[in-house]
Design a protein around this ligand. Sequence first.
Ligand code: FES
Length: 171
Amino acid sequence: MTQTLNIPNASDPEKAGVSRRDFLRVALKTIGGVVALEVSGVALSYFKPQTGQGGFGGVITAGTVDDFPPGSVTPITQGRFYLSRLADGGFLAIYQRCTHLGCTVPWDQAKQKFVCPCHSAEYNETGEVLSPPAPRSLDLFAVTIQDNQVLVDTSQPLSRDHFNSTQVVYA
Ligand code: FES
């Protein structure tokens, strides 16, 4: 006597006893799960403090002292700060986050000041407030000069009300 086995055809969900609707529901849930994992992974990596060298949250080598002429403001994008070299040769690493509501503040080379695009607060090259609504100077990061290299520690923004000369670092 011969017995026939009924092996479901995996390529045809209808024959496998799975309705097209069930199949699509499972497929969509699987895709949704993968997308959710990807999104949560990206979100976690964004909020995770970075403590390594070379990136925001760590110590960044901005360049050599001579890379920054006196009287210049240079964006260091990977560190989210501007390296301001004052006319007397001193350095400040100025955090790009506005002290009003946290917008990123660009340096306006033509106007020679920082102008916040959100509510128009303005700061000078030391990060000192020129016009409100910013309540205080832009935060700083600690600068160290070693072997003619300008190192900036971005692990902790240094809050301040006003600029004063003790904040300036010299080679
Ligand atoms: S966030 Fe910069 S002025 Fe409001």
